[in-house]
Design a protein around this ligand. Structure first.
Ligand SMILES: [Zn+2]
Length: 170
């Protein structure tokens, strides 16, 4: 199978993580197993249909009765319904797989933006949180947001050499 995040080919479906990008592959592996099971059921059902049709044909030839024909019609109707149900199940699995892939990509992109917008600042002598907010966020009044992000109860109490984390929104 293919990794939905980095599109690396030929990944063992039993693997928990992609060896290339480290994405969690367990939900995809589970879906693949489910699909295999659906496929197996389908093959089993087809063999069953063939056997039943042959049995019914034998019945028709032996008795030439109209009741046997009605039964065959009923049977073929239920078989058609079963095939439809199986097809619908397979379609739903495809939709689920697509949504999961979209989710993977979205997660990946989200973590990227988070990495690029978190900054670190070491306080220099005479610096205030207002000045830091002005420097990094372009607005001194945003000092309270920086205070919150750093769990500072008193924004006026910052010391030289203190590390300040700044979350910059894109
Ligand atoms: Zn990957």
């Amino acid at each position: 199978m293919e990794c939905p995040v980095c599109h690396r080919q030929g990944i063992d479906s039993l693997l928990q993580k992609c060896p290339e990008c480290g994405a969690d592959l367990t939900p995809l592996g589970r879906i693949q197993k489910l699909r295999q099971r659906v496929k197996r059921n389908y093959t089993l059902m087809l063999s069953l249909i063939v056997i039943l049709v042959i049995a019914n044909l034998i019945g028709i030839f032996q008795y030439h009765s109209s009741t046997s024909l009605t039964k065959t019609k009923l049977l073929s109707d239920s078989v058609t319904q079963l095939i439809q149900v199986n097809q619908e199940l397979s379609d739903s699995l495809n939709i689920l797989k697509d949504s999961l892939q979209k989710l993977f990509v979205a997660q990946k992109e989200y973590s990227k933006t988070e990495e690029s917008t978190t900054l670190e600042h070491i306080v220099v002598k005479g610096e205030s949180l207002w000045k830091i907010a002005e420097k990094y966020l372009g607005d001194g009044s945003l000092y309270s947001k920086i205070a919150r992000d750093n769990f500072l109860s008193d924004p006026s109490q910052i010391a030289e050499g203190q590390k300040i984390i700044i979350h910059k929104n894109p």
